[in-house]
Design a protein around this ligand. Structure first.
Ligand code: SF4
Length: 240
């Protein structure tokens, strides 16, 4: 395990805060991360906080299982108005944003230091299957009230990292780089956007779907690796 500077030190010294943050970012690979320990408090109330290494990423079958659970696709009825609606005074802005959007993957290997996605979802991409994603588009079409034939996003932390990752599982599990794309795209990174293009095309062709937008952020440095993907975006989708 690695001992981080104590909470009290990190709180009062910006350099130690930056150091602790750097160590945290270097210990995010489930293939080799060590546990982190940080002391909090002094004297009789002193405690150590133990941070376990990140879990092994979910497989596609496990991701599908999670996303195929019978979600209500509606805010909790407690927040509705007397007609059971969320369209008037009881409108929830965060719900409006995600109402017609589909999360196709988890994780991001960008390693941007201002962002907390690595801490939440890891830097190894966990992708759903094509069938599971299309099934959700159909479920939104058939069950979410107010649907106007437009999916507002087929995305994730970074919209165009679907199925991308290190070409070698051995190298990946030993790697300690916080980013696969900075300062340049790593030669070990697979950047094939074909599976994503296929999903966009199939989703667009579904009955009752007029338009698919891409509302999540895109990595342009990755997108330009696939001219076909850029063409697809420009012709059919609005970039995030
Ligand atoms: S070797 Fe390169 S592509 Fe593989 S995990 Fe490390 S930075 Fe990413």
């Amino acid at each position: 395990m690695i001992r981080l500077p104590s909470y009290e030190q990190v709180r009062s010294d910006p350099v130690l805060y930056a150091h602790a943050n750097r160590v945290l970012h270097l210990e995010t690979n489930p293939g080799n991360a060590r546990a982190l320990v940080q002391a909090h408090g002094e004297g009789t109330t002193a405690r150590d906080v133990w941070i376990n290494p990140p879990p092994i990423p979910l497989t596609t079958a496990e991701m599908d299982h999670v996303f195929d659970l019978p979600y209500a696709r509606s805010p909790h009825p407690r927040y509705a108005d007397e007609n059971g609606s969320h369209d008037g005074a009881t409108k929830i802005p965060a719900w409006e944003m995600i109402r017609f959007s589909v999360n196709i993957m988890r994780g991001c290997f960008g390693g941007c230091t201002f962002c907390s996605i690595t801490e939440h979802e890891g830097r190894i991409i966990q992708s759903r299957s094509e069938e599971s994603i299309l099934k959700e588009v159909e479920a939104i079409r058939d069950s979410v009230s107010g649907f106007t034939s437009t999916i507002s996003d087929l995305g994730g932390p970074t919209a165009n990292m679907y199925r991308l990752g290190c070409k070698s599982p051995e190298i990946e599990s030993a790697c300690r780089k916080p980013s696969c794309v900075y300062p340049g795209i790593c030669p070990n990174l697979g950047t094939n956007h074909d599976p994503l293009i296929k999903i966009y095309r199939r989703a667009r062709a579904l009955k009752g779907i007029k338009k698919i937008l891409i509302g999540s952020g895109l990595r342009y440095d990755l997108a330009v690796q696939s001219p076909e993907y850029v063409k697809e975006l420009v012709q059919h989708h609005v970039g995030g």
